[in-house]
Design a protein around this ligand. Structure first.
Ligand code: GLA
Length: 319
C-alpha cells in the first residue's frame, strides 16, 4: 500500500502532500500557495541532506560524540555531524520507508517498525505517526512503544517560507513564547546553561524581523552562523499543547503558528542550506525534546521506558 505521494485535502483550502519515505511532508499549500521548501521529484528525497520536511529520529538533534549510557550499558552511535550524532545518524527515520496504515481524504497514518539496535539504539520500537488536516491546521501525532528502555525524540523538519519566491526568510517576523534558550558549544551541543533571552538577539517574546536579529552581534549567533538553538519551555505546563512560535510575512500576509506538547523548539534559520536551495531560504521550527538530553543532568529526559507509551503532538496552524 506504499504509494509515492499521498495527498491530503479536507476542502478547507489547506492541501498537504506526504511521502512514506522518511514520513516526509513534501508540500503544504494554502489556497494554492506553497509554504514549504520541496524538491520537484520525490526521488530527490532519497539523497536529501537537509532533512527537508522529514521526520527526524530516533533522537532528533544531537547526542554529544554519539555516546550515552542507559541502565549501565554504554552505547556508541554513528557520528554524522562533526564529532556528534544528529537526527538518528546516517540511517535515521528520514531515510526509512514508512508503511501506510490508513489513508483518508483528510488524514494519513504511517507506521514504522524500528528493530532492536536500529541506528545503534536499544529496543525494538514501533512508531505510529498520524497527519491530519483540521480546518487550516496540520496536526502531527506521534505514538511509540519500545520493548526495552530506550531514548526517543521525534520531530518534523519542514522548512517554511511563507512567500516561497526563492528569497530568504529574513523578511519574515518571528515570535517565540520561550523566555530561555540553550546556548551551545561550537559543535551545537548545549553547554548545560539555560540562558534568558531577555534583551538579546534571542529575544522573540515580541514579534520581530529575522533579518536584523540575524545581524546582531552575539557570540552564540556567530558560533552557529545564525540561529540553530533550542528554545525551552519549563514548568508545569511545558508538556501541554501550547503556542510556541508564530511566523508571519507581511509580503504574503500568511501566518504560521506552531503548537506542541514538546518542551523545546529548535530554531534553525537554514544556515547551511545549499544547492538547489540557498542559505536562509527556509526556516525550521522543530518542536522536540532538548538536545543531548540523555547526557545532560537536569534536562527533561528523553528516556522511554519499556512498555510505556510515547505520545507527542505538533500542530502547524496556517492563516
Ligand atoms: C537541525 C540542526 C541543524 C542542521 C539541520 C539539518 O536543525 O540543528 O544544525 O543540521 O538540522 O540540516
Amino acid at each position: 500500500m506504499n504509494k509515492a505521494v499521498l495527498s491530503l485535502n479536507a476542502g478547507t483550502g489547506l492541501e498537504v502532500e506526504l511521502l512514506p519515505f522518511g514520513a516526509t511532508i513534501r508540500s503544504i499549500r494554502l489556497f494554492g500557495q506553497e509554504l514549504t521548501l520541496n524538491y520537484p521529484d520525490p526521488a530527490d528525497y532519497q539523497t536529501d541532506e537537509f532533512y527537508l520536511g522529514a521526520t527526524a529520529g530516533r533522537v532528533a538533534n544531537r547526542i554529544a560524540k554519539g555516546r550515552f549510557e542507559l541502565n549501565g550499558v554504554a552505547y556508541q552511535l554513528d557520528c554524522n555531524n562533526g564529532p556528534n550524532h544528529l537526527h538518528g545518524g546516517v540511517a535515521g527515520f528520514n531515510r526509512q520507508l514508512w508503511q501506510v496504515l490508513k489513508q483518508q481524504p483528510d488524514s494519513v497514518q504511517l507506521y514504522l517498525h524500528s528493530a532492536d539496535g536500529d541506528q545503534g539504539y536499544p529496543g525494538a520500537l514501533q512508531v505510529w505517526q498520524q497527519f491530519r488536516i483540521v480546518d487550516q491546521q496540520l496536526e502531527l501525532s506521534f505514538l511509540a512503544l519500545s520493548n526495552k528502555d530506550t531514548v526517543l525524540n521525534l520531530t518534523n523538519h519542514c522548512y517554511f517560507n511563507l512567500n516561497n519566491d526563492g528569497t530568504s526568510i529574513e523578511n519574515h517576523q518571528l515570535q517565540l513564547t520561550a523566555t530561555h534558550y540553550l546556548p551551545t558549544d561550537e559543535h551545537a551541543i548545549p553547554t548545560g546553561d539555560r540562558r534568558a533571552v531577555a534583551g538579546s538577539a534571542f529575544d522573540f517574546i515580541v514579534a520581530k524581523l529575522l533579518g536584523p536579529a540575524l545581524q546582531q552581534q552575539d557570540q552564540q549567533l556567530a558560533l552557529a552562523n545564525g540561529f540553530d538553538h533550542c528554545f525551552i519551555w519549563q514548568g508545569a505546563d511545558a508538556a501541554e499543547l501550547k503556542l510556541m512560535a508564530l511566523l508571519s510575512s507581511d509580503q504574503s500576509g500568511r501566518q504560521l503558528e506552531v503548537f506542541s506538547t514538546q518542551p523545546g523548539l529548535q530554531l534553525y534559520t537554514g544556515n547551511f542550506l545549499a544547492s538547489p536551495f540557498a542559505p536562509r531560504q527556509g526556516i525550521c521550527l522543530e518542536a522536540q525534546g532538548w538536545p543531548d538530553a540523555v547526557n545532560q543532568l537536569g534536562f527533561p529526559g528523553t528516556l522511554l521506558k519499556a512498555g510505556e507509551l510515547y505520545q507527542q503532538q505538533i500542530v502547524y496552524k496556517f492563516s
